[in-house]
Ligand binder design. Structure first.
Ligand SMILES: [Cu+2]
Length: 163
């Protein structure tokens, strides 16, 4: 009986560890857009797309736009407006003392530009996709493994109870 209890104990620990790992990857992440540069006219036009391409965004993640110099805006625009750097009238204005935090709520592609002067044309624009699940694509396998262990644990307990 002691070894049976030991087996169940091991399975429960494994399930707990797997669930712990899963919880870790679903935690919301807070990003400072552009890292130390913040939200500014970047040194090159691909700066923000490069910054975004190294990350995978999920609903619940938070983007903070900080400005260290001058005045800039954060405008959520359509893809066409993003491509044309359209000066939309709805935006949040930023100054060095005012930052803007935005929580990504829905899974879709976001298009954000600065509407001041020709900043957008100079590369102060960012587009990125927010994935539909809270899990990165490769964690589906750990979920399956976790589910498998739950099934095994349940089976083991039923089996031991039966005898
Ligand atoms: Cu700007």
């Amino acid at each position: 009986m002691a070894s049976r209890m030991g087996l169940i104990g091991c399975l429960i620990v494994v399930v707990a560890l797997l669930n712990g790992a899963t919880t870790q990857v679903t935690a919301a992440v807070e990003y400072q857009v552009g890292d130390s540069l913040g939200w500014a006219v970047p040194p090159n036009t691909s700066y923000y797309s490069t910054w975004a391409s190294s990350k995978t965004f999920f609903p619940g993640d938070k983007l903070t736009f900080n400005v260290t110099n001058g005045t800039h805006t954060v405008a959520m625009v359509s893809e066409a407006e993003y491509n044309a750097c359209t000066k939309v009238t709805s935006f949040f204005e930023l100054q060095p003392s005012v930052s803007f935090a935005y929580t990504l709520e829905t899974a879709s592609t976001y298009y954000i530009i600065c509407t001041i002067s020709n900043h957008c044309e100079q590369g102060q624009k960012i587009s990125f996709k927010v994935e539909s699940t809270g899990l990165p694509p490769n964690s589906a396998s750990s979920l399956s493994v976790s589910a498998l262990f739950v099934v095994l644990t349940t089976t083991a307990i039923s089996f031991l109870t039966y005898f």
